[in-house]
Design a protein around this ligand. Structure first.
Ligand code: DX5
Ligand code: ZN
Length: 221
């Protein structure tokens, strides 16, 4: 599956806050709400102080869903594991600029593996860090919380970087936002130029996941 072409607003449920014992069912529910992508948070306990799942889990989920798999690698050595995530069935792979020695090479590698490529910036990482390589990737991911955990408070200051990133990458590259996205913060990030909205707690902490997605959709226009 391919990353949807820029020009639409996509709500991307992050399974980090889902019931890990029922992941396939959780993904099926959000799929029935009409989303086209699902966000997979991979954590290694080094780059971030938390551990989630890796390629074997993604490979099993791949058999259960035809959604675009948006893998967010919060790992110290993204280049070393990129191939394994592509083989497992990730369609889009995002790495953190803070740990990429040769970001341009990694983007090329991801494209050669048949994936689209994403670059992520932590809240404290300046826009300048992606100035050169931003236009070469398919989606820039702006963190609006410190990576590692769901359910944290949205950082307005970090979201302000979105407008400058939009100036750098132009209209054809997606800008994704991750952290504290709900129906309150969505209008803010959309007004700055974001089009791809990751939401974990705002969807999976609610009993009715479909209503939660629709609530964000309502304010994202
Ligand atoms: C945080 C993860 C996020 C997380 C967002 O490190 O990258 O994708 O699921 O969760 P919420 O939407 O709850 O802030
Ligand atoms: Zn994420």
């Amino acid at each position: 599956m391919r990353l949807p072409k820029a020009g639409t607003i996509e709500i991307v449920p992050s399974i980090l806050s889902a019931d890990f014992a029922r992941l396939a069912d959780e993904i099926a529910v959000v799929e029935s709400a009409g989303v086209s992508m699902v966000h997979l948070d991979v954590m290694d306990g080094h780059f971030v102080p938390n551990i989630t799942f890796g390629p074997p889990v993604i490979a099993k989920l791949r058999k259960c869903s035809s959604l675009v798999f948006d893998a967010h690698l919060m790992i110290a050595e993204p280049g070393k594991y990129a191939e394994r995530f592509a083989e497992a069935g990730a369609d889009h792979i995002t790495f953190h600029i803070e740990v990429a020695d040769e970001p341009q090479r990694l983007i090329d590698k991801l494209h050669q593996l048949g994936c689209s490529a994403g670059i992520c910036l932590n809240p404290e990482t300046p826009v300048e860090a992606i100035e050169g390589v931003g236009p070469l990737c398919d989606m820039v991911l702006v963190m609006t919380v410190r990576p590692g955990f769901g359910g944290q408070e949205f950082m307005t200051q970090a979201a302000k970087k979105i407008s400058r990133i939009r100036d750098i990458v132009g209209p054809d590259i997606r800008i994704e936002v991750d952290g504290g996205i709900d129906s309150q913060t969505t209008p803010i990030v959309v007004s700055y130029g974001a089009d791809t909205l990751v939401a974990g707690n705002a969807i999976f902490a609610k009993t009715d996941r479909i209503a939660a997605i629709n609530a964000i959709r309502e304010v994202a226009r």
